[in-house]
Design a protein around this ligand. Structure first.
Ligand code: PMP
Length: 375
C-alpha cells in the first residue's frame, strides 16, 4: 500500500510505539504521591522536555492537550478572555483550519470583530495583516503552513512587525503542518502561543500541546483538579504524551534529512505533473514539499480518490477535515470551482519513496485516460 495522506494523519513511528508500550504498564496517576505516580510524572517530564527542545523553549512553557483542536480553542478563547473586555478585534487568515475559524465565529457572535485576511493572487502580503491590526486587537492567529495546499503564510514577518508595533496583542500560530517538518522554532515564529498535534508527526492521536510564552498568563480553558500546573485539568494520558515526546525527538534528529528527501519526492511529482496534459498543480512552488495539491482533468475528487484506492494508493480529496464538503480554502487561494472539484491532496512523510511517486503518476495517467468525464 502507498500512503500519501500524511497531512490527515501519520503512521506511528517505532520510537512512539516502543515508549507507548513501556508506559502502558507504568499506569500510575502522575498526580499520585507514591512511586508509581512519580514514575508516570517522570515520563511526562521527559516528553515535555523533548517537545520544548524541538521548539527551543523552556519546558515550563509547554502544556499538553488532547490535540491541536483543543490547543487552538484554548489559545483563542484564552486570549479573548484575557484581553477581550476592552480589545474586541481578532485578525486571522481566511484559510485557517476550522479549529481556529470556528472558535472565532463563536466569538464574533459574542460581539468580537473578526477580520479575515485573504491571499492576493500572488499569496499573502505582510502589510495586509499589519494594516488590519490596531490597538484594540486582542489576538492575531495565523497558521504557518496551510493543510490543504501547503502554502506558507508569512507568520514570522507579520508577528515580528506586530510585536514591535502592538506589543499588547497576543500572537498565536497553528503550527500543526510545519512542526518538525520545516526547520522553524519559536524564536523564528515570534509567536506568543503555538499549537502542535501529535498524530501529524508520527505519534498517537489524541495528544497535542500548546506553547505559551512565560508570563503571558492566559486563563485556563478546562478547569478541574489542576493538572498541567493548573492550566489544563484532567488526568494526563501518560502513554499518549510519551509517544508524542518520542516521535518529536526522532523527527527532530532527522529534520534536515527528512526535509531533503521529501523535497526530492515533491520536486519529482511536481515536475512530472507539469508535463502531463490536463493535470494542474494547485500548490505554490514555494510551499511546503510535504503537501501537494493537484487537480486531474474534470474527474471529481472522490471518483479519483476511490480509483487510486483501488490500486492501494491512499490520498485525500482536498482536506480530510472537510469530509467531502466544498472547500472554501481552495476558493480563497483563487482556485476556480471547476478545478477545486477535481482536487486531490498528496501529502508525504519521510518513509515515502520515489517508486511510490512513480506508481501514483502511472495511476494518474490511467485515471485521466479512463475516467475523464465521470462526474
Ligand atoms: N490545524 C491544522 C492546520 C490541522 O491540519 C489539523 C488537523 N487536521 C488541526 C489543526 C487539528 O489537529 P488535531 O487533529 O490534533 O485536533
Amino acid at each position: 500500500m502507498v500512503y500519501f495522506d500524511n497531512a490527515a494523519t501519520t503512521k506511528p513511528c517505532k520510537e512512539a510505539i516502543s515508549v507507548l508500550n513501556d508506559s502502558l504498564l507504568k499506569f500510575g496517576n502522575p498526580s499520585s504521591l507514591h512511586g508509581l505516580g512519580l514514575e508516570a510524572s517522570q515520563i511526562i517530564s521527559l516528553a515535555r522536555k523533548q517537545i520544548a527542545s524541538s521548539l527551543d523553549v523552556d519546558d515550563s512553557e509547554i502544556y499538553f492537550t488532547s490535540g491541536a483542536t483543543e490547543a487552538n480553542n484554548t489559545a483563542i478563547f484564552g486570549a479573548a478572555s484575557k484581553l477581550g473586555k476592552r480589545m474586541k478585534k481578532i485578525v486571522i487568515s481566511s484559510v485557517e483550519h476550522p479549529s481556529v475559524s470556528e472558535p472565532c465565529r463563536i466569538l464574533e457572535s459574542k460581539g468580537f470583530d473578526v477580520v479575515k485576511i485573504s491571499p492576493q493572487s500572488d499569496g499573502f502580503h505582510v502589510e495586509d495583516f499589519v494594516n488590519a491590526v490596531d490597538e484594540n486587537t486582542c489576538l492575531v492567529s495565523c497558521m504557518l503552513c496551510n493543510n490543504e495546499i501547503g502554502a506558507m503564510l508569512p507568520v514570522s514577518e507579520v508577528f515580528k512587525t506586530l510585536k514591535k508595533k502592538y506589543p499588547q496583542t497576543i500572537l498565536h500560530c497553528d503550527f500543526v503542518q510545519g512542526f518538525l517538518k520545516l526547520s522553524l522554532k519559536q524564536k523564528e515564529l515570534h509567536a506568543d502561543m503555538i499549537s502542535l498535534s501529535g498524530h501529524k508527526i508520527h505519534a498517537l492521536k489524541g495528544v497535542g500541546a500548546l506553547y505559551i510564552k512565560k508570563n503571558l498568563h492566559i486563563p485556563p480553558f478546562i478547569y478541574g483538579g489542576g493538572q498541567e500546573r493548573g492550566f489544563r485539568s484532567g488526568t494526563e494520558s501518560v502513554p499518549l504524551i510519551s509517544s508524542f515526546g518520542a516521535a518529536a525527538d526522532a523527527m527532530y534528529k532527522n529534520l534536515d534529512a527528512n526535509f531533503h528527501h521529501v523535497q526530492m519526492l515533491s520536486e519529482h511529482l511536481r515536475c512530472e505533473v507539469k508535463s502531463l496534459d490536463g493535470i494542474a498543480l494547485n500548490s505554490p512552488s514555494d510551499g511546503s514539499p510535504y503537501i501537494n495539491s493537484i487537480s486531474v482533468g474534470n474527474i471529481r475528487s472522490e471518483v479519483l480518490l476511490h480509483f487510486l484506492e483501488g490500486r492501494e494508493i491512499y490520498v485525500s480529496s482536498g482536506s480530510a477535515c472537510s469530509k467531502g464538503k466544498k472547500s472554501k480554502v481552495l476558493t480563497e487561494f483563487h482556485i476556480p470551482d471547476s478545478v477545486a472539484d477535481s482536487t486531490i491532496r498528496i501529502s508525504f512523510c519521510p518513509e515515502n519513496t520515489i517508486e511510490e511517486v512513480d506508481l501514483l503518476l502511472e495511476a494518474l495517467k490511467d485515471a485521466k485516460n479512463n475516467l475523464v468525464g465521470i462526474k
